[in-house]
Design a protein around this ligand. Structure first.
Ligand code: SF4
Ligand code: SF4
Length: 487
């Protein structure tokens, strides 16, 4: 028999407020292996971003000499020796697929490596924190200054102005570097210096200056915690073997103060290695306590590993109480078994194989891509014309693509109706039976082709006609097929 529930007996569970005000984070400086890796990657990423537009690449006279350039007016993308046309945009699709798979592979091996070390939000926020520490001091000092509301003191005002000025300068350089990828960098720098740059450049610099300043200076960890979708996706993609920044509670608990821990050890009592010093929390750029287990807020930067290693070294205990590990190993250690690491497993092999396959397809397509191309479009109205002598003429619009960086002489041939003649409108060729034209470098050229079949060879119906263009110098050939139609 169903029991009727009295609504007054129901308990209201209070989960707390739906919105929690942000607690400002004051990450403390730290040194150690992961900090050094982060400094190195930051220098590399920023160096590449800021300096790449100034790298030159010789493509011949008249061609852009910038190694990496998005040439929007001419619809070209240059990347060192590669030049892509708009119709080759599928290479970017391939690149995006490889990038996504690489992210999945990183995640399967070492968790959020991207977030902790390479993501622009992390890199710029780290840089802005470094500036803040340099100007205002380390964690305790900054906390003290904020708590004391020292803003009225001249020295404090000076610090704040200096910090924001440096932040804005970095943000401005970030926006400035971005626009340099879209035009000749040295020329634009000169134009910017004399305030003669195009308005669109100032607009984009303004937008990127604002976003960098706001995201890295003000929003910081909130971008990672609230705005970015990757933590959620990553959490759904991960498996039990992925190595994440982990507090090894099997070793750390029961945590207690150093003094108490020493006393308990002297009595032969079991005690954990964690001395509850909160150093791992103090250095965390998102302000969390990794000892509470895996959290979406953890960008896995490894700085808490460095902080805890320093503490463990100081108190003479084994390092890596916090380290890249997983729950499987924690349970194995609790059972007295040695840890095992499975970096090579079906998931990582699958991702690596997919990256290799897509990469190989892209490389093959790149190495075998045609640098001479032809597209043919048959006239629709009329599809065919009967001339006074009984011969039939079909007309075609032909578009030729010369992707090379030099002009070349092209011969045009045709296989179609027997004894048919080919004529290029507007091109008086010296070789009457085989029209030749000069194809300008790095352009598309549109031609009108007339194919005329003599009266005695008029095809009874539509037959295929093949057009071939041949580079006389290099022997490169491109072909396209259409139809020759009788009225
Ligand atoms: S918990 Fe550790 S790894 Fe995670 S964000 Fe904080 S410092 Fe970085
Ligand atoms: S730094 Fe290490 S010892 Fe200190 S609280 Fe964190 S985990 Fe415990």
């Amino acid at each position: 028999m169903n029991k009727t529930v009295d609504p007054t007996e129901l308990q209201v569970v209070d989960d707390g407020p739906l919105y929690a005000a942000r607690k400002k984070v004051y990450p403390q400086s730290v040194s150690g292996t992961f900090r050094r890796i982060k400094w190195g990657l930051m220098a590399f990423c920023l160096g590449v971003y800021y300096l790449l537009p100034f790298v030159r690449w010789n493509r011949g006279l008249g061609a852009p000499s910038q190694a990496v350039l998005v040439d929007l007016p001419n619809s070209r993308f240059y990347f060192f020796f590669i030049e892509l046309w708009p119709q080759e945009v599928y290479y970017f699709t391939g690149l995006l697929i490889v990038a996504a798979l690489t992210l999945f592979l990183m995640n399967a091996v070492g968790g959020r490596i991207w977030c902790g070390y390479l993501c622009p939000q992390t890199v710029w926020t780290d840089l802005f924190y470094a500036v803040e520490r340099w100007v205002e001091g380390d964690r305790r000092e900054r906390m003290r200054k904020d708590a004391a509301k020292e803003t009225i003191k001249l020295r404090r005002v000076g610090e704040i102005v200096l910090k924001h000025s440096i932040w804005l300068m970095i943000a401005w350089w970030t926006g400035g570097a971005w626009v340099l990828y879209f035009t000749d960098a040295p020329t634009l720098v000169m134009q910017l210096l004399i305030f003669q740059a195009p308005m669109i450049a100032y607009i984009w610099i303004g937008i990127l200056t604002a976003t960098t300043y706001v995201f890295a200076g003000w929003m910081r960890e909130q971008v990672c915690v609230y705005m970015c979708p990757w933590p959620r996706i990553q959490a759904a993609l991960t498996d039990e073997w992925a190595l994440n920044v982990t507090y090894k509670y099997d070793r750390g608990e029961q945590r207690t103060s150093l003094k108490k821990a020493n006393e308990l050890r002297a009595l032969g009592e079991p005690v954990g290695d964690c001395i509850d010093c909160y150093q791992c929390v103090a250095v965390c750029p998102t302000g969390i306590d990794i000892r509470n287990g895996p959290q979406l807020d953890c960008i896995q930067c490894g700085l808490c590993i460095d902080a805890c290693d320093a503490v463990m070294t100081k108190i003479g205990r084994e390092t890596r109480l916090i380290g890249y590990d997983n729950d499987i190993n924690i349970h194995r250690r609790q059972e007295g078994k040695p840890p095992i690491y499975r970096i090579v497993r079906p998931r990582t092999i699958t991702y690596a194989a997919m990256i290799a396959a897509v990469g190989a397809i892209m490389l093959y397509a790149l190495l075998t891509r045609t640098l001479l191309d032809i597209n043919v479009l048959h006239d629709r109205n009329p599809v065919a014309v009967k001339l006074a002598d009984g011969s039939i003429r079909n007309a075609y619009t032909v578009r030729l693509l010369n992707k090379r960086g030099f002009d070349r002489v092209i011969a045009i041939d045709m296989d179609g109706p027997v004894n048919a003649t080919l004529h290029v409108v507007g091109a008086d060729s010296v070789t009457k039976d085989r029209p030749m034209i000069i194809l300008a470098r790095d352009t598309t050229t549109e031609l009108r082709l007339l194919v005329t079949a003599p009266a005695e060879n008029n095809p009874a119906k539509s037959i295929p006609v093949h057009f071939h263009v041949t580079d006389i110098g290099l022997g490169e050939v491109a072909s396209a097929t259409d139809h020759f139609v009788s009225p």
